[in-house]
Design a protein around this ligand. Structure first.
Ligand SMILES: [Zn+2]
Ligand SMILES: [Zn+2]
Length: 184
């Protein structure tokens, strides 16, 4: 029972964390945000180093918000299994390191690719697609969040466009240029 509780708690943390991270942070960041694109999609990826070097302390908030979806469920899930929470956070961190493989020659072994495909888990190759094109391959841990996230992205882009048009229509009209006509 304990082992099952640990496993299910860890799984719940990963599923809920990636869901909130994808739909509540990652996709909206690509539409309305600034620092995720600038920092996470750069070769360095460190929010702390970026904040110090560029003197942009607000970048730290973005870094924290990217981790918050996984941390916010701890108070509830720890009541079920503390071991499960520790395992879930450990697996989430391990997946962060794994999906950001630096080596250009890295290839996920065939058996692991098959396993990830069957379980709907994002491989480093899939996550690299997202780093190359921030509008593709959402779902940091679970690939099956990718398709609904694409719909969410399209919806938010429409909202952004509508907001921009509204802002433009409220902007003061440019002053007519002096035509140089003599006043009679
Ligand atoms: Zn990434
Ligand atoms: Zn991204």
């Amino acid at each position: 029972m304990t082992a099952i509780a640990i496993f299910l708690t860890a799984l719940a943390l990963l599923l809920a964390g990636d869901f909130v991270a994808t739909f509540g942070y990652h996709v909206p960041e690509h539409v309305f945000g600034k620092f995720h694109n600038l920092v996470h999609h750069s070769p360095d990826r460190s929010f702390v180093r970026y904040a110090i070097r560029q003197r942009q302390p607000w970048a730290l908030l973005d870094g924290f918000l990217s981790a918050l979806p996984y941390l916010m469920f701890i108070p509830w899930l720890a009541q079920v299994s503390v071991g499960g929470v520790v395992l879930g956070l450990g697996l989430a961190q391990a997946h962060v390191l794994w999906r950001h493989q630096e080596g250009p020659n890295y290839v996920t072994p065939g058996w692991l690719q098959t396993l990830c495909r069957r379980l709907g888990i994002t491989t480093p190759e899939r996550h690299q697609i997202h780093h190359h094109n921030g509008r593709l391959a959402f779902g940091d841990i679970f690939a099956f969040y990718g398709e609904p996230a694409q719909g969410w992205l399209r919806g938010l882009l429409k909202v952004k466009k509508a907001l921009r048009q509204r802002k433009l229509s409220f902007a003061p009209a440019p002053k007519p240029k002096d035509q140089g006509m003599p006043v009679q």
